[in-house]
Design a protein around this ligand. Structure first.
Ligand code: SAM
Length: 263
């Protein structure tokens, strides 16, 4: 039996930010300029892929049209293998790697396989997309708590589903990732949990980049409007009185940048 080759490199789990390339951190920028290998997926701004050196070995592990995402074990294996041949590997993920990004799973896998790993936090879409619509995700007038929650519960059937009725009672504001597919059920559950149909709500699609659009509405009619206006992924949903604190004029112009969209 042959021994597996030892790792010589280090993997950086890097947050790419929500789309606008200018929201990349300086640290992420430096690592992209230096990396020997790059592993990236769908929600990564295209402009960032041009930052890597020409010699850099690139691996796309996201969804392609008509295909499923590369399974997580394959991505883990690619990262471990790259660390046996390269010194500096960037694993680039949309937003922040540790927020609904499986960064924690990849970090643990790499450590368990003797590979050095470091996380580089990024600007998450749940804060940036509302901000580019002028919506602060907290405000003193709108309570003192905000919950980041996934609406894509099938993501892992081993976990219990989200207690939407409980959240309606316990959190002042909700920032929902991957929420469009189940939006009608989520809104119904939140109202069953005590939120009024008039609770302010918003959706921001394609936040911070070309094609950004937003809808400001109320919980009771949100699902109908999202359907009628054909909102699509990637979108962030914000629910709570914080939406009333929107200051439209402070919203930046979305960047004239393109982001690969998950199919
Ligand atoms: C798998 S999660 C990854 C979240 C990412 N780690 C982050 O911190 O932003 C993907 C979801 O993030 C949200 N998302 C990512 N980029 C977005 C953008 N530019 N505009 C709106 N929503 C976005 C969408 O809800 C999308 O379905």
């Amino acid at each position: 039996m042959t021994d597996k080759p030892a790792a010589i490199g280090k993997v950086y789990l890097v947050g790419a930010g929500p789309g606008d390339p200018e929201l990349l951190t300086l640290k992420a920028h430096r690592l992209l300029r230096q990396c020997d290998a790059l592993v990236y997926d769908s929600l990564v701004p295209k402009a960032l892929l041009d930052l890597v050196p020409e010699r850099c070995e690139r691996h796309f592990v996201g969804k392609r049209r008509g295909h499923h995402s590369v399974p997580q074990p394959s991505t883990n294996a690619v990262l471990v293998e790259l660390a046996t041949r390269h010194r500096l590997i960037v694993r680039l993920k949309g937003g922040d790697p540790f927020l609904f990004g499986r960064g924690g799973e990849e970090a643990a896998h790499l450590v368990n396989h003797g590979v050095a790993v470091e996380v580089v936090p990024g600007v998450t879409a749940g804060i940036a997309a509302p901000a580019y619509a002028g919506i602060p995700v907290t405000h003193r007038r709108a309570g003192s708590s905000v919950t980041f929650v996934t609406g894509h519960e099938e993501i892992d059937k081993r976990r219990p589903g989200v207690d939407w009725q409980g959240l309606a009672r316990s959190s002042d504001g909700l920032v929902i990732y991957m929420g469009l597919h189940n939006l009608r059920r989520i809104c119904d559950e939140l109202m069953a949990g005590g939120l009024a149909a008039q609770t302010p709500a918003a959706v921001v699609q394609q936040g911070t980049v070309r094609g950004q659009r937003q809808l400001v509405s109320e919980l009771g009619t949100l699902a109908d409007q999202v359907e009628a206006q054909a909102f699509a992924s990637p979108s962030i949903v914000v629910i709570g009185t914080v939406v009333n604190e929107r200051v439209e004029s402070c919203a930046p112009e979305p960047a004239d940048a393109e982001m690969p969209i998950p199919f």
